[in-house]
Structure formats: C-alpha cells, structure tokens
Design a protein around this ligand. Structure first.
Ligand code: WT7
Length: 650
C-alpha cells in the first residue's frame, strides 16, 4: 500500500502521446476550456454535458436545486435511462447502430454470446413486459442476484425502462446478506439464475434465494435464468423460468417518461456500522454524469471494444459496464468467470481473441498478474489495447508501471479513476488526451468537480500536507440519500464540515495540484477494491455462539491491498484452536460472503482496551501487520498485556 513517503518520491511524469491527443474526443484545448467553464460556472458546464450526452423527453426548469445536503438536478426534466442506452441507438440519427454489437459475452467455460443493440433492445422490452406482467410498477423495487450473464444487464435495463428501482446484490453475497438487502429495500421481485461458473465449477444461486426468501414476506415472484442446468427447486406460484415468461410477452414496451429525480437504483455498500447502507441514485443527473465521463475519460468511440472487468454487483458494474458505455453506444465485453481459469493467461487470450481496445480493472487484479509472471501476457498479442484504466483503490507506482509496460506496451495512457458508490461516477481522473499522468496519482478533478484536501476545520491544507478528501459543490451523479435513513446520510457524509461532502478518504496534493489518495480514514477496509466494514465482520463473528468478543482490523496485503484480520476472545470454557477458527471463517462467509472471510484469526484472552473501554484498534493494526504467518495463529495470547505496556508508555 502506498504511504505518503513513497508516493512523494514518485517523480515520473507521462505526457499524453501526440497520437492519442490528436484523436481524443477531449483534446487538450477542449479539456482546458471545459475545465475553465466547470470552475467558473459549474451549472452551465453540467447543463452543457446534459444536452450533449442525454436525450430528454422534457427540458429542465432549473439545472440545480441545492438545499444542503439535498440536491436535485435538472429539475422538472423527464428522460429514461433505458431509452438513452438503447432506443436512440436503434432509431433516428444513430439507427445505424442497430446491428452493432452492444454486448460481447464470454462465459467461463468458453461459450459466447453476442447481442446487437437491436437484440438487446428487444430483450429489454420483453423483460420489461415480463416485470409488468408480474405486477411490478413504477417505483417498485426489484432485487437482482445473478452471475455475470447478459440477462443481468437486460434485467437492470428493463427495470429502468418502466421506472422500477433495481437493487443488484453481488452474487458472492450469502443468503443472509441477500435477505437483509431485499427486506431493507422492500423489493417485491427477485431476478436470479440457477447458478453460474467460477473456477471451472458450477456454483448455485437459487438455493441461496430460497433460503433468503424464507424471511422476505414482501417478495411475491422470482424469475430464474437457466445458466448451469443444475437441478433447482421451483416454488409453484412464486418461481418462474425466465425463458418461459419471455416466450409469452410482446417486444413492444415504450420507455416510461420519468422525472429526472426518479429513483434509478439502490446499491448497498459497507459503512462503519454493522448494517450496510442502501445508496440511492436517481435518473437524469446520474445518466449525465456517467455518460459524459465515459466518453471523456475512456475516450470511447464506435470502433472500440471496451472491457470493464467489474461485476454488475458493484457500482463500477453499474456505471462503467452498463449505463455509461451503453449510453454512448459502445460495444461492451463481459466475462463471467475468474481471471485465472483455465490458466493464468485467460484475460490476455480474451483480449487477443476479441480485439479489446480499452481495459478498465482494479489494482488487485494487476498485482495478481504481476505475481503470476510476465510470460502469460507476453504469450498474447495485446496490440489492440489503446487505453487502460484503474479503479477501486490506490494503485502503487510499481503496479502502475508494470501495467503500462507489460499490458499497455508503453503506448496506452492509464486513467487512474477515483470515485465511490456514493459519487455515482468518476470524480478525480486524468483526461487521457490532455492530462499528464504520474504513477500512483488519480491526477485532477473532472471538470465541474470541486474536490479539495481539507483539515478538520475545513481549511484547505498546503501542498504535500495530508488531510481529508472533500467535495465542496454538489455534482449530478451524487447519491441522493441512504434508503430509509435520512439521519445516517446527513451524519456520514455531511457532518464533518458544513455543506461539504466527506467521502471518508485521506489524501494530499502535490505542487501541481495532483491528488494522491491515501485510502480510507474510517473503520472501513478496502479488500481487493471492495469495501468491507470492520463492524460488519465483527458482528458476524460475535454472532457465533462460542465467541465472546471480536475486533477486526485490516493489514496491508501485497495482492488484495488489505487483508482482514480478526482478534477473537472465545467464551469461557471454549477452546481456541484450528476448529473454532475454521468455524469462524465459515460463519462470516455465511453471514456476509466469502469476500469478508478473515485471512487471519488471532485468539486472545482479552482485547486490548483503553481505560474507558475502547478497543485499541491502532495497536491491533500494528500486531496484525507485524505477523507474517497467515491464518494459523491458534494459540491464545493475551494482547491486553501489550496494551497495558503501551498505555504506560504514553
Ligand atoms: C472507495 C470507494 C469506485 C468504484 C469501486 C469502489 C477507494 C476507489 C480509487 C482510486 C484510490 C480509490 C476509495 C473510495 N478508491 N477508487 N482510483 N484511488 N482509492 O467503490 O466500494 O464505493 O469504494 O474505494 O477509498 O472511498 P466503493
């Protein structure tokens, strides 16, 4: 993980190549002019973006209505996200895209599918009619719990077409996690699949849905895509096969004219308490933000084959797999499985085979490939690539340089994009034809974004001084709230300073104003680019009957960025040991999902606490980072002794 010291030593600068700059949608001139407009008159800038990138059914009365911390964008306007992603590519001015591939898909076993814009449009219209037939109306919530198959995209777009609000739950989450999310959102329908493929094996999803729905009285229907063909049980009256329903409906379904602030989706993300937050995004502002950033930052053109490796279960999958790229009429590649099946060169063979031109992925994947060795990418012709992107966590300069050299053949600009589930779209990023890059820096705010590094009192800190990342003005893709929890929205993001958004990250800027993101400053870990709350894992662990108390911290990990470390005090009379450790890990997997499973479990007689009873997390982080052994610290240790020593030092 980068620390301030090592980042400050990073002096390399990569200028955009003349070739790239010449062809870029946003030339240096255009970028400079828009940056100026965005600073002087952000509302005018965003209005220009909204006109250029979105088709509206009805114009807005007002660009922004800002009653901190509540924003409304493009007030009074009407549009539809599915219309923008589909209809305008099959009719009118751009009707020539009808037969252009919208989705190129490859399953893990190697099966492939291609959907043109006309075909995707048709599937979405049909599934929208399926939803209507099952009683889903505008404003209703639909949960989507699927592997990465084209039907997941169809389901999302079908919801937006009729104004239903989707809540995609990552397929790696457990039945319990699904149940909590379905209930919190009040979803009345679940779209799922029998299962999917991972690491060469079929995994099941439908049984988890069955288990979850035992405790979801509000769900009246389940639609199941047949992917693996493994046997599943179908509950009469509730469960329906996707194909059977699709065969019964018409392909005619007009896009609903939706208010600009109509709820588009809810996406759950971890916070500092045990309960995930349902981040709410709405229609017109979000679409404007993702469409214009996609075009400007990935420089997407009609002949590109664009691959963002995220799953649709994460915000990256929403904004930069589905909505941004389809809004600009791109060809999107999707891959169902793990990067290393059947061999360590799976990704590179697909880039060669499909002629992928843009690759957007996470530092953890890059570090995994570094570890696997250069020979795997080198076996393949990667010369189709012309732009690379990084997202999810700070990218260490070593990984940046490797990505640039081995994958990008030194010719591809790298866009290191900083943003969050809450921000909806990218906020800090290079513009590939205009902004020189520095390995490890997300560079500059996107035009119209007023990002800064502030101290506790809200004052801007001088260059090279560490502080808190902040966004001082509202932006169109920003979250509109936490589903059902106004107070948490206000407290989490808007209470540190007045009328300024606090993302929870630390950062500093260099003399050129470049941002260097230092990671979370709250009790949230970033594991492989995914956010996991320490409290969430703690409450899962203490729900195990043999556990008295638990504290969870992150420790730096070469591949995943952060690894989860649990300190556990067993109940009196319960033996600490390998068996309990395995049970605890299985328990966390059951409650949250495998991504939250602790890498190490340390057993301790007592947790180190201050006199007022607060767990000394800083001390635990030191202990966690100092341990080289992975996963098998099964002896009972008394860390409270260490705490006492430390306290007497202070
Ligand atoms: C957190 C947001 C944005 C989609 C994926 C994660 C970290 C994200 C970067 C970056 C440094 C980054 C931040 C942020 N993060 N991108 N380019 N450089 N850090 O979305 O789960 O909402 O997590 O990821 O810490 O707060 P998320």
């Amino acid at each position: 993980m980068p620390d301030i010291e090592s980042l400050l030593k990073e002096k390399r600068v990569f200028e955009p190549s003349a070739d790239f700059t010449k062809r870029a949608h946003w030339s240096k001139r255009k970028a400079d002019a828009l940056r100026k407009l965005g600073a002087q008159n952000p509302e005018k800038f965003w209005a220009q973006m909204a006109e250029e990138h979105v088709t509206w059914f009805k114009p807005w009365r007002k660009v922004l209505d800002w009653k901190p911390p509540y924003a409304k964008w493009f007030v009074g306007a009407q549009t539809n996200v599915a219309y923008n992603c589909l209809d305008r590519h099959v009719e009118g001015e751009h009707a020539w895209r009808r037969n252009k591939a919208a989705i190129l898909w490859e399953g893990e076993p190697g099966d492939t599918r291609v959907l043109t814009y006309a075909q995707l449009h048709r599937e979405v219209c049909k599934f929208a009619n399926v939803l209507k037939g099952l009683g889903v109306a505008k404003g209703d919530r639909v949960a989507i719990y699927m592997p990465l198959v084209p039907e997941a995209v169809v389901a999302m777009l079908a919801c937006t077409r009729i104004g239903a609000t989707h809540s995609v739950v990552f397929g790696g989450f457990s039945a319990e996690a699904l149940r909590d999310r379905v209930n919190d959102a009040g979803a009345k329908l679940v779209v799922t699949a029998d299962g999917g493929y991972r690491r060469g094996k079929a995994f099941a999803l439908k049984p988890a849905v069955d288990e979850a729905l035992d405790g979801c009285p509000g769900v009246s229907a389940v639609v199941v895509v047949k992917r693996t063909g493994e046997p599943v049980s179908m509950k009469a009256g509730r469960d329906h096969w996707w194909d059977a329903l699709m065969a019964t409906v018409s392909a005619d379904c007009p896009a609903a004219k939706l208010d600009s602030e109509h709820p588009l989706f809810i996406l759950y993300t971890s916070g500092t308490t045990g309960k995930p937050k349902g981040i709410l995004h709405t229609t017109g502002g979000y679409l404007t933000h993702v469409a214009c950033t996609t075009k400007a930052i990935f420089d997407l053109r009609d002949d590109d084959i664009y691959w963002c490796t995220a799953d649709v279960g994460w915000v990256t999958g929403h904004s930069y797999v589905v909505y941004g790229p389809l809004a600009v009429g791109a060809t999107v590649f999707l891959y169902e499985g793990v990067p290393t099946y059947p061999g360590p060169d799976r990704w590179w063979s697909m880039i060669e085979k499909w002629g992928i031109t843009i690759l957007y992925t996470a530092p953890t994947a890059i570090r995994t490939f570094i570890r696997l060795g250069d020979e795997h990418p080198k076996k393949h012709d990667l010369s189709s690539l012309r732009l690379l992107g990084s997202v999810g966590e700070p990218i260490n300069p070593e990984a940046w340089i490797w990505y640039h050299r081995v994958i990008g053949g030194k010719r591809c600009p790298i866009v290191d994009t900083w943003w969050q589930t809450e921000t909806g779209g990218i906020l800090i990023t290079p513009l590939p034809g205009a902004v020189p890059t520095k390995p490890g820096s997300a560079t500059l705010p996107f035009p119209g974004i007023d990002a800064a590094v502030l101290d506790e009192a809200g004052r801007e800190v001088p260059a090279r001084a560490g502080g808190f990342l902040a966004v001082r003005r509202p932006w169109p893709g920003m979250l509109r709230g936490i589903w059902g929890d106004k107070k948490r929205y206000e407290d989490t993001y808007w209470s540190k300073w007045k009328k300024i958004y606090f993302p929870g990250d630390g950062a500093h800027r260099d003399e050129k104003g470049y941002f260097w993101i230092l990671g979370r400053v709250d009790d949230v870990m970033n594991v492989s680019g995914h956010r996991i709350g320490t409290m969430e894992v703690e409450s899962a662990i203490v729900s195990h009957e043999d556990v008295a108390e638990a504290a969870v911290v992150g420790r730096p990990d070469e591949i995943t960025g952060t690894a989860i470390v649990a300190f556990v005090t067993p109940r009196a009379g319960m033996r600490a040991g390998r068996e309990l450790m395995d049970e605890i890990r299985a328990h966390v997997t059951k409650h949250i999902g495998a991504i939250a499973k602790p890498a190490d479990v340390h057993f301790t007689d007592a947790l180190p606490k201050t006199r007022s009873g607060k767990i000394m997390r800083r001390l635990l982080r030191d202990i966690a980072a100092g341990k080289e052994t992975v996963g098998d610290t099964t002896t009972l240790e008394d860390y409270s002794v260490l705490a006492k020593l430390r306290e007497s030092e202070e």
